[in-house]
Write a protein that binds this ligand. Structure first.
Ligand SMILES: [Zn+2]
Ligand SMILES: [Zn+2]
Length: 273
């Protein structure tokens, strides 16, 4: 006697497997962009041509060691050597006129690229378009830029520039932390996401005149665990550096709490006016 054939399954719009497959595909889209985020070429999330054009040492040119502004030809030293391990080469410190006149509280700034078209789209999409997958691409480029620095000793811990609580609630995430997380992993450095805190809300720096920026941020930051920074080299991670006032206020705060050295690790630097 033959067993009766099982009754046909009721037709559902999507089976569990299909739902799962679609979910996995969407997740992969988020994790792995299928084409170059800058030019749309298929094959890599950032294609080799775009990497060479926007992220190479020659694309950045000679920069001030301290604030990463472009150096005029008379102050520029030899171009950075190819990708290698940091802290092994000869010490090269080249300072712009402003940093020569008044050294900021941070010792060094490493950037991955200039904040200009089309790179600003990566930042804007991460910040306002919820494209969190871009943070990993940005961290990779920043890591490469860091490892290209011949004289750079890696920080002992990383922390992101904090957002104020109101903006954190509005956005749902801190883009600086999204970059700092994969960067810390790739460099093997401890990440302390809540080390720096904003003790009061400030107006966005972009809405404040240049002369009022420092005042706007005075006393805005504090360190939540002083023992973590005492005598240590702290790396501060951000997406964009504009005037540098925020990073200066943070570096001054960290130094006040006993940090021996502060360096800025920033994805993009706006060109000087
Ligand atoms: Zn490309
Ligand atoms: Zn400088």
């Amino acid at each position: 006697m033959f067993a009766a054939a099982p009754p046909p399954r009721p037709h559902l719009p999507h089976s569990w497997a299909e739902t799962l497959r679609r979910y996995a595909a969407r997740l992969l889209d988020v994790v792995l962009p299928p084409a170059c985020a800058l030019c749309g070429d298929s094959g890599a999330p950032l294609c080799p041509a775009c990497c060479a054009q926007f992220f190479s040492a020659s694309a950045l040119g000679a920069r001030c060691t301290c604030c990463a502004d472009p150096l005029p030809p008379n102050l520029a030293t030899a171009p950075a050597p190819p990708l290698g391990m940091p802290g092994t080469g000869a010490s090269v410190v080249a300072l712009c006129t402003q940093c020569q006149q008044r050294r900021p509280d941070y010792a060094q700034t490493v950037i991955a690229c200039e904040y200009a078209l089309p790179l600003d789209q990566l930042v804007l999409q991460l910040k306002f378009g919820q494209q969190l997958a871009y943070a990993r691409l940005m961290a990779q480029q920043l890591r490469d830029a860091i490892l290209r620095q011949p004289d750079y000793r890696l920080p002992e811990l990383l922390c992101p520039v904090p957002l104020g609580p109101r903006r954190l609630v509005e956005r749902g995430y801190n883009q600086a932390l999204e970059i700092a997380r994969p960067l810390a992993r790739q460099l093997g450095i401890a990440l302390t996401p809540r080390l720096l805190v904003r003790v009061r809300e400030t107006a966005p720096q972009s809405l404040v005149t240049a002369s009022a920026r420092q005042h706007n941020l005075a006393g805005a930051f504090a360190v939540s665990a002083a023992e973590q920074v005492q005598g240590r080299h702290v790396g501060v991670v951000d997406d964009v550096m504009t005037s540098g006032t925020t990073l200066q206020e943070i570096a001054a705060t960290l130094r006040r709490y006993g940090a021996s050295r502060v360096s800025n690790l920033v994805f993009a630097r706006t060109p000087p006016h």
